[in-house]
Design a protein around this ligand. Structure first.
Ligand code: RIB
Length: 306
């Protein structure tokens, strides 16, 4: 990618995953069928997705000084992610996620931020020269919002496209939204951002228009297996999803964002970038785990040929 790297500002977790026939209800103890521990976290997942597709990726993140951190770092190095801006803190645990997956591949997640909550605007300032020279900057919301705002501001001031994956969703300031080039909420996140119930194409268009009105340049609202809406001020179009047998939907959104950023960094059009992103997301749903479910280009092509 000739010097044009992607900067991912975000969380890194260790995912503790249990599989069970269904997600337990409150107060219920359920016997599970499988357990595994895999590196996750929305920021790290997106970084790995992009790196496995061949992008040069710099991850800006915070970890504890524990076994989970060592495992995550090992994994980043195995896919050539630049870890210069990953700091390890003593006395703070690495972020973790407790994930339950049911027989339909659906999940429920509890995230405990740990060190992710200590990623500050000052950390972004330390990575400033890499942000200024990046092809794209990506962030999500598992880190403090002021840190996301700082990354958006530096990207904006230097004409570097800023992609926000607003997960886990929370209402965002007009100031932040005005600095976002591409936002990619799913239907639940779109509702939290706009207060508009998103269930189909017309309601997705309404929510997208509300975000465009705040100054976001491109809105992508994903609706799971139904497909996605791609909207800019020039109009909106609905794009079908690729039908797959879901094994584990964890990190499908991260797969999408990592691939989208990769394609944008390579100078692809937004439509081509979305096509790549939806294929990578579909692939990830057919595999178990977060970072373990991201494909290389070769694996993706084999999957698409089937
Ligand atoms: O988006 C999936 C991710 O959400 C998981 O890897 C988990 O760590 C949580 O951050």
């Amino acid at each position: 990618m000739a010097g044009k790297h992607i900067v991912v500002v975000g969380s890194s977790n260790m995912d503790l995953v249990a599989k069970a026939p269904r997600i337990p209800v409150i107060g219920e103890t359920l016997t599970g069928t499988d357990f595994f521990m895999v590196p996750g976290g929305k920021g790290a997942n997106q970084a790995v997705a992009a790196a496995k597709l061949g992008a040069d990726v710099i991850l800006v993140a915070k970890l504890g000084n524990d076994l989970f951190a060592s495992k995550s770092l090992e994994n980043f190095k195995s896919v050539n992610i630049n870890t210069t801006h990953i700091e390890q803190l003593d006395g703070v645990p690495s972020g973790i996620a407790i994930i339950a997956i049911d027989d339909n591949g659906q999940n429920s997640i509890i995230v405990v931020p740990g060190a992710n909550g200590k990623l500050t605007p000052a950390d972004i300032d330390k990575a400033q020269s890499d942000i200024k020279s990046a092809a794209v900057v990506i962030a999500q919301l598992e880190i403090p919002i002021e840190t996301v705002e700082r990354a958006a501001k530096i990207a904006n001031e230097n004409n570097v496209p800023f992609i926000l994956d607003p997960a886990p969703a929370k209402p965002l300031s007009d100031k932040l939204l005005s600095m976002v080039d591409i936002i990619k909420p799913n239907e639940t996140e779109a509702k939290i951002l706009t207060d508009i119930e998103v269930i189909d194409q017309p309601s997705a268009e309404k929510a997208a228009n509300a975000l465009l009105a705040k100054g976001v340049k491109t809105v992508i609202i994903t609706l799971g297996e139904k497909g996605l809406l791609l909207a800019t001020k020039d109009g909106a179009k609905f794009i079908e999803a690729i039908a797959v047998q879901a094994v584990d939907s964890t990190a499908a959104g991260d797969a999408f964002t990592g691939a989208l950023a990769t394609a944008i960094a390579q100078g692809k059009t937004i439509t081509d970038a979305v096509e790549l992103a939806k294929a990578v997301a579909a692939f990830s749903v057919t595999k178990t785990g977060a970072q373990t479910s991201m494909p290389t280009l070769k694996e993706l092509n084999e999957f698409l040929e089937k």
